[in-house]
Design a protein around this ligand. Sequence first.
Ligand code: HSE
Length: 449
Amino acid sequence: MKTGWCWRKDESVNNFKTTVGLLGCGHVGAGVARMLLVDRNFIREKMGWPLELLKIAVRNPAASRPFDFPVDLFTTDPYEIVGNKDIQVVAELIGGIELTRELVLAALRSGQHVVTANKALLAHHGREIFAVAAKNKVEVMFEAAVAGGIPIIRVMKEGLSANRIRHLFGILNGTSNYILTRMSREGLDFKTALEEAQQIGYAESDPTLDVEGQDAAHKLILLTALAYGTLPDLNNIHIEGITALTPEDIEFARELGYVVKLLAISARDETDGRLEVRLHPAMLPKTHLLAEVCGSTNAVLVSGHAVGDILLNGAGAGMMPTASSVLGDLMEVARTSRQGSAPRVPSLGWFTLNDEIPRSMSETRTTYYLRFTVADRPGVLAAIASLFAEYGISLAQVIQKSAVDSHSVPLVILTHLAQERDLKAALKVVDKLPAVTAPTRLIRVETRL
Ligand code: HSE
C-alpha cells in the first residue's frame, strides 16, 4: 500500500484522464509517443491521473520507426485529432509552416490545447497563433521549440518573470556549435566539419536552416518575446550564419584570447534603452561563461536585474531531450486543464505584447575583428588606419603575420566600439585600395560578460 502526502483528496481523480493526440511520428514524435506509452504509470503517479495517447496522425502508418506502436493508434487524417472532442491536447510534431498553421489554428479554435516543438511556425505566425489561443482560453506550449531539452521557456515565463532582462545570449543551434567546435579544436575548414557532422547525424543532408542561422533566429525571436514582450519580425533582425568562417579567423581569434560562437543576442542597450536582437558569429573572451559550451550542446545565459546572471546548458536537440520538453508541457497543460481554469500564465509570459522594433544593425555599436588581406609594403597599415580615422573608428590592437604567399599578408585589427554603419562604410573604401587584395573578413566581438 502506498503511503505519503497527497496534495488533494479527490475521488474523481480515479476516473479522470487527460487525452492527447499526436500530429506526426518522426524523430521527436516517436520519442513522445514512446514516453506516453512506456512511462504512463510514472506520469500517472506524478500527476495523479493519466495522460492517455488516443491517436497519432501520420502520412504513412507502415513507415519504419525506431519503436513499435500499436497500429490502431495511427490515422492518416489529422482531423481525426484536430477538432475531436474526445482529445483535449494536440501535440504538433510535424514541422513545416503552412499546413501546421492551419492545423494548430483549427485545434485552438475548437478548444484544444496545443503543444508544439515548431519554432519556425511560431516565429512566422506567433502573433496570430498566440492571439487565437488567448481568445479561446487555451494554451500554446512550446518548451521543445527552443534549445531542445533545456527548460528555458518555463524559466523565462515563470522563474524569472519579475526580472527586467538586461541581456540574453544563446547558443541555440547544436549543428553550428558542433561544426565550430571541430573547426576550433582540429583546425578543420567549414566544409569538412559540416561533412563530418552530416556523417554522424548531427547535420541534416540539407543543412541550410542550421548553418545559415535561420533555425537559431526562430528560437531567438521566441526568447525575445519572453524577455521583452515583443515578437520581432524575422525581417527586422540581423541573421548571419557560419558558412563564411575560416579556420584562419578562428585561429587568430584564439591567439587574441577569444572563441568564435554562433551567438543569439537579445539585449537592452544600457545607454539609450533600445532593444537589440541579432544572430551572427561572435568572438567571446575565452573566459566567458559560454566559451566552454562545446559540441552539439546548447546554452542560454540570461542576465536579469534582480537575479544577476544564470546559465542553462544541455542538449539542444535529439529525440529524448526534445521529448522530455514536450512531455513537461503536456503534463503542465493537463494540470491546468484539470483545474478547469484558463491558462495560468500568458503563452509568452506577458499580459499584452508590444510592437517594439529592434534597433537596425547599421545603428548597432560593437567592437570588431577585421582581417585584411594586403600587399606587404610600406604605408598600407597607415592608409587603412587613416581611412578608419576619417570614419571615427579607433583601432585597439593590430597583428601582422609574415607572407601567406608572395603577394599578400593577413593584417588583423581589433577596433574599439564603433557603429556598424561607419564600419561598413569604411570597409567599402578600404576594400577598393589597390593594396587590399581580397575582401576583408569581419567578426563582431562581444565584450559584455
Ligand atoms: N537542428 C537544430 C540544431 C535542432 O542543430 O540545433 C532543431 O532546432
